[in-house]
Design a protein around this ligand. Structure first.
Ligand SMILES: NC(=O)c1ccc[n+]([C@@H]2O[C@H](COP(=O)([O-])OP(=O)(O)OC[C@H]3O[C@@H](n4cnc5c(N)ncnc54)[C@H](OP(=O)(O)O)[C@@H]3O)[C@@H](O)[C@H]2O)c1
Length: 257
């Protein structure tokens, strides 16, 4: 049995990591900026990520840290600053394994947030703390959130892109397994079971919601969309997720009734 600290254990992915670790009988410590959104029974330490002091205390005695907290304001360098504090604290606490979750294509798609994830990957690699990095594709949860916004107008306009969504539950289980094994460096990327267009996902989403809308694709330009259009965010050779978008959507519809 190991003790594992999970930063951002309150988030979409972090919660799944915590559940998978608990199911496997490990002790879990969650770090969060607030303690209000955590369910009972999970030890939660309130931390201020602007300093590594409180974090080091939270990591004390942890065999591994899974770093799931994220700062989406990539262009302001928040993700890198966050990673730096987490790594300093892990080093101070004598932690033997840091697991960082990243995104497929961060090195090839020039989105500011992706650039900051790629810079944080390099920080992890050079930190001196034994490490594992797992890159995953977009979560079903994110796809649903995007589709919920895109399908509001009477004419639904979606980008002419493909996605390979994966269940956060499966990525969480993989991270839990990686955290309780030996540091692996760059783990094989993790993608969902199928690659399909955003238009197809939008039509399925609308059908599940019982709404009739026309769906039209629009072509977007610029280097970011060129990267997406080239499929740099996809990993067909690592389509290891088993829960399809349709499975997730059906469960989502059932739970929101
Ligand atoms: N979403 C996707 O499709 C996807 C795909 C591949 C990889 N990933 C990666 O998976 C990780 C988790 O993503 P997620 O979708 O689970 O994110 P999320 O639901 O937004 O959760 C991230 C957690 O980070 C903490 N947080 C938010 N803003 C912060 C800030 N400015 N400083 C410090 N902590 C902050 C929050 O915890 P507290 O409020 O409790 O502090 C939050 O619960 C990220 O590294 C992301 O890049 C995501």
């Amino acid at each position: 049995m190991s003790t594992v600290a999970v930063t951002g254990g309150t988030g979409t992915l972090g919660r799944k990591v915590v559940s998978a670790l608990e199911r496997a009988g490990h002790d879990v410590v969650v770090t969060s900026r607030s303690t209000s959104s955590v369910r009972d029974g999970v030890e939660t330490v309130r931390v201020d990520y602007r300093s590594s002091a409180g974090l080091a205390a939270a990591f004390d005695g942890a065999d591994a840290v899974v770093h799931c907290a994220t700062d989406f304001t990539g262009f302001r360098g928040g993700e890198v600053a966050l990673g730096r504090q987490v790594l300093t604290a892990a080093r101070r606490a004598g932690c033997e394994h840091l697991v960082y979750v990243s995104i497929v294509g961060v090195d090839r798609i020039p989105l500011p947030y992706y650039r900051s994830k790629h810079a944080t990957e390099r920080l992890v690699e050079d930190s001196g703390v034994p490490w594992t990095i797992l890159r995953a594709t977009q979560f079903h949860e994110l796809a649903i959130r995007l589709l919920s916004g895109l399908t509001r107008p009477p004419l639904v306009l979606v980008p002419d892109l493909r996605l390979q969504p994966v269940a956060a539950t499966e990525v969480g289980a993989r991270l839990a397994a990686l955290a309780t094994a030996r540091p692996a460096g760059r783990a094989p990327d993790m993608g969902g079971p199928e690659i399909t267009t955003v238009a197809d996902l939008a039509r399925r989403y609308l059908a599940a919601a019982g709404r009739r809308r026309r769906v039209r694709t629009v072509r977007l330009f610029g280097s970011v969309y060129a990267g997406y259009r080239a499929g740099h965010h996809l990993t067909p050779e690592n389509a290891v997720g088993t829960i399809t978008f349709q499975d997730h959507l059906d469960a989502h519809v059932r739970s929101s009734r």
